[in-house]
Design a protein around this ligand. Structure first.
Ligand SMILES: *Cc1c(COP(=O)(O)O)cnc(C)c1O
Length: 400
């Protein structure tokens, strides 16, 4: 069927860049420098510049990036770390694999990111204050809460000003999960300027998994920070804890970035701004094409946000039926994510129950990700919208 509309087209951009990408392969093969080296360093410098930070450390994938950022930012075994349940599991895996325990805060029903009021309420009503360190102790786990990981989900940043304020008041370290938000921006009232994703927290984590806005041709990730000492700790952690070959200050990991992936990323980074702009145009088109639709909740972009639309997520009350109809029409779609982390089997030992995070749970039942990638054409979008409009439930989705 040639009228198929993919959820994501990873083939076309690589065909367009094939010569440059092949040149990277050839250079790396001829130098036989496969791990680390100048190519990695150049990419780190360029990505740091892109994010408007002074340090970037390339790592093996985004999960390593979140974990190493937390460890380097001082999260210790036994700590509790706050995050959202409406995210990819890697956010929580990174927390527990740093030896800490994740605790989940509900999301804002319009942006799908951390709800700042619920975050404040959690600190004020669900925690005691340690008299010595003034840090919050979670009543749920008895653990000291040392950090929070807001996730900039679907390419839109969390509301960072009030999150930063609370982090200051409660002595929490802020690590951004920017794995879906390369190039997204937030207008900070406090600083009266736009700030890039990955430049606000103590450190931030990026993934370059192929389907992300900036994707490698394989696995890759990075930590960004303005703290040179933190960057240095990440460099050690990614390389078996060694400061010097075979001299290990602490145990670390094999979490380095491949030279070839760094080279591919350098080629693609040059196009990222333009791709993000194309994604914003696609989102605008959808917004326009759906403007009179009833029974659908569209993405919401606050005035302080410039989102990069990693995903275009709508909400409907008959999601399964609509997804089946799209499939029959040859249109790809996805659900990000169908089961909130607090209800996953993997986290049953955390003892969360259904009803604990009502907005998260409701959103997880209604969300549907429509085709979204820079090369999606207006005509393709019209076909998608036509199928959606013909199949949305009569009953409008109600607000929580
Ligand atoms: C993709 C992703 C990760 C993990 O990145 P990998 O490179 O797949 O390890 C972490 N957090 C979020 C929000 C992601 O989307």
């Amino acid at each position: 069927m040639d009228n198929k509309i993919a959820f994501l087209d990873l083939v076309t951009p690589h065909l367009k860049l094939e010569e440059d990408l092949m040149a990277v392969c050839r250079d790396v093969l001829r130098s036989a420098s496969f791990v680390g080296g100048a190519e990695v360093q150049k990419f780190e410098e360029q990505f740091a510049h892109f994010c408007n930070v002074n340090r970037c450390v390339g790592v093996a994938n985004g999960t390593d990036a979140v974990r190493f950022a937390l460890m380097a930012a001082g999260v210790r075994p036994g700590d509790a770390v706050l995050t959202v349940s409406h995210t990819f599991i890697a956010t929580a895996e990174a927390i527990s694999q740093a030896g800490a325990s994740p605790e989940f805060i509900d999301i804002d029903e319009r942006t799908y990111n951390l709800d700042v009021d619920k975050f404040r309420e959690y600190l004020e009503t669900q925690c005691d204050v340690d008299p010595l360190t003034r840090r919050p102790i979670s009543r749920r786990s008895g653990r000291v809460i040392t950090a929070i990981v807001p996730v900039h989900l679907y390419g839109q940043m969390a509301d960072m000003d009030p999150i930063l304020d609370l982090c200051e008041t409660y002595h929490l370290v802020l690590v951004e999960d920017a794995c879906q938000a390369h190039g997204a921006e937030y207008f900070s009232q406090k600083q009266n300027c736009w700030r890039k994703a990955g430049s606000i927290g103590k450190a931030a984590a990026f993934s370059f998994y192929p389907g992300k806005n900036l994707g490698a041709c394989g696995e890759a990730g990075a930590v960004t920070t303005n703290d040179p000492a933190l960057a240095q700790r990440v460099r050690q952690i990614r390389d078996h804890g060694q400061a010097e070959k075979y001299f290990h200050d602490a145990e670390g990991y094999n979490g380095r970035l491949d030279t070839m992936q760094a080279g591919f990323l350098r080629v693609k980074l040059a196009h990222l701004d333009q791709w993000n702009q194309a994604r914003r145009r696609v989102a605008e088109n959808y917004q326009h094409l759906f403007s009179d639709a009833e029974g659908i909740i569209l993405p919401y972009e606050p005035s302080w946000s410039r989102a990069v639309y990693h995903l275009y997520v709508i909400r409907v009350n008959n999601r399964e039926k609509l997804q089946a109809q799209l499939k029959m029409a040859g249109i790809g779609s996805g659900i990000h994510y169908p089961v909130p982390l607090h209800l996953q089997k993997a986290y049953r030992t955390l003892h969360y129950r259904e009803g604990d995070l009502p907005v998260t749970e409701r959103v997880a039942r209604e969300i549907l990700s429509l085709p979204m990638f820079p090369g999606l054409t207006r005509a393709q979008q019209e076909s998608v919208v036509e199928v959606v409009l013909a199949n949305v439930g009569l009953e409008a989705v109600s607000r929580v």
